[in-house]
Design a protein around this ligand. Structure first.
Ligand SMILES: [Zn+2]
Ligand SMILES: [Zn+2]
Length: 489
């Protein structure tokens, strides 16, 4: 139910309660604040009798407590409360969303979509100010309330509404300074609305959970799924490109952007039959960034690279698909976008004989070069034999940044190969404490011995490299260190 537009309650007691809600919404009451009965009277513009009757109800709902010697305290926000409140949202909204998928009319969905698009246009065309943040927040809550209301169950609506008050207190208390970008919540909603429009229940559920998780993380100040560093980074100029190695755990997903185009190289891992990094991280990330990939190249068919491909394909239907699952990679394929050249170096004729070959050995190797000559080399999971084959074929592999082959496995990054590539920066995409122990110490040493700046996603987070500053790499976690002083729940 939309608290702001709830019909005016008739009894004094009900009015006192409604006023209390309004004060939370208006941020006049803050978590942890002490209030006297007299202050409550003034704040709610209510007589003492109504305030006295209100107090036990607020206590029962956990919104207020009596602290001996000190008086009345508005609910204090601790980590358990935050986690419980968001967990309750997952439980209630999941069923509400499933039923909403079956009941909502197309026309209403289109109207809801419009209200989101209006906010999004404003966010993109003007500086973010308080009014816009409030309007975005109102659209956000109203949509969630609408789904709960559609259940037509007063008991559930009541429970949800009390929990909303808790979440609002949490937001006011914890996240007023970094409440996140309003665009992200709107983009997440639009993606969710897209699943509703298609009446795709599994996608509805997955996207809803993604959105609630994302709000939960924003409140806790944990890293956003979209690397913050990209918010600040301008689109590359003509002739330049940038590279973002996404933080997707054990697997690979790299976004390359030129002035007007972008290529997704690998789409992240599949975690289970229901969830993959394409659906949970790559697509929401691209959407929040406003990136519609021109093409996707899947280096090879292994699940840690191709697992998210179907979800990405479904989200961006006009996108070209190269590599595994699409037009196969072949050395010599090349194209130019905005003055930046893309060349496939591997596989070539005879490089992967027979069908018994491991799929790693069939990985696409892509080299990208800026107008000024800065280069990036993306290698998939090639191993020593393919590294050797590339060198033997006379490929000019020299590059400024190298996506470390096969996540830093001992099978790859051979000494000769590194001597020829001579990167200044190398990026490993691997999972935190992954079961393979990637990158392995012997491989890390090989990079260190050559003074190559090696960063890996478990410690760096998403890594951002730019062709106009080829000697440096930016780590999401170095840029936003406060995230890492937070306690991970
Ligand atoms: Zn929302
Ligand atoms: Zn792999």
């Amino acid at each position: 139910m939309n608290i702001a537009t709830h019909p005016a309650p008739t009894t004094l007691r009900a009015r006192a309660y409604a006023n209390f809600q309004q004060q939370i919404v208006a941020a006049n009451i803050r978590a942890g604040q002490f209030v006297s009965q007299r202050e409550l009277m003034q704040l709610l513009a209510m007589p003492l009798g109504a305030v006295r009757e209100l107090i036990p109800r607020l206590e029962a709902e956990g919104l207020l407590k009596t602290v001996p010697q000190r008086g009345l305290q508005i609910a204090n926000v601790d980590l358990a409360l935050v986690n419980n409140a968001f967990d309750l949202r997952h439980v209630l909204e999941r069923e509400a969303a499933i039923r909403f998928t079956r009941s909502v009319a197309d026309a209403e969905l289109l109207a809801i979509e419009q209200t989101h698009l209006v906010i999004l246009r404003r966010a993109r065309s003007q500086p973010i100010n308080d009014t816009l943040l409030q309007d975005a927040q109102a659209v956000d809550w109203a949509f969630h309330d609408r789904m709960i209301d559609a259940l037509g169950n007063g008991l559930i609506a009541e429970t949800y509404r009390i929990n909303s008050l808790r979440v609002r207190l949490i937001k006011l208390e914890v996240s007023s300074l970094h409440s996140g970008h309003p665009v992200q919540a709107m983009e997440e909603h639009l993606w969710f609305i897209d699943a509703l429009k298609r009446r795709d229940e599994p996608a509805v559920v997955s996207r809803l959970h993604h959105h609630i998780d994302s709000a939960h993380r924003r409140v806790l100040g944990l890293p956003l799924i979209v690397p913050m560093l990209w918010w600040q980074s301008a689109v590359p100029s003509w002739g330049d490109f940038d590279l973002l190695a996404l933080d997707i755990g054990q697997g690979s997903a790299v976004l390359l952007r030129t002035q007007q185009h972008s290529l997704l190289f690998d789409a992240g891992p599949q975690w289970s039959a229901q969830t993959d990094a394409g659906e949970r991280i790559v697509v929401p990330g691209l959407r929040a960034l406003g990136v519609v990939p021109t093409a996707m190249m899947i280096s090879h068919k292994d699940r840690d690279h191709a697992g998210g491909a179907a979800a990405v394909q479904q989200a961006f239907l006009g996108m070209e698909w190269m590599g595994s699952g699409g037009v196969p990679c072949q050395a010599g394929q090349s194209w130019t976008w905005d003055g930046v050249s893309f060349v496939v170096l591997f596989p070539f004729e005879g490089s992967s004989p027979g069908k018994t070959t491991k799929s790693n050995a069939t990985s696409c190797v892509l080299q990208v070069q800026s107008q000024a000559g800065s280069r990036a080399l993306l290698t998939g999971d090639i191993e020593a034999a393919q590294e050797k084959a590339l060198l033997r074929a006379g490929a000019d592999v020299q590059s400024d940044v190298l996506l470390v082959p096969h996540h830093g496995s001992k099978t790859s990054s051979s000494a000769n190969f590194l001597n020829q590539v001579q990167p200044q920066v190398a990026i490993v995409q691997s999972g935190y404490r992954n079961r393979f122990g990637h990158p392995v110490p012997a491989v890390v040493r090989r990079y260190q011995e050559r003074n190559i700046n090696l960063v890996s996603t478990p410690t760096c987070g998403a890594a951002h490299w730019r062709s106009w500053s080829p000697e440096s790499v930016m780590c999401e976690r170095a840029i936003t260190p406060r995230y890492w002083s937070s306690v991970v729940p």
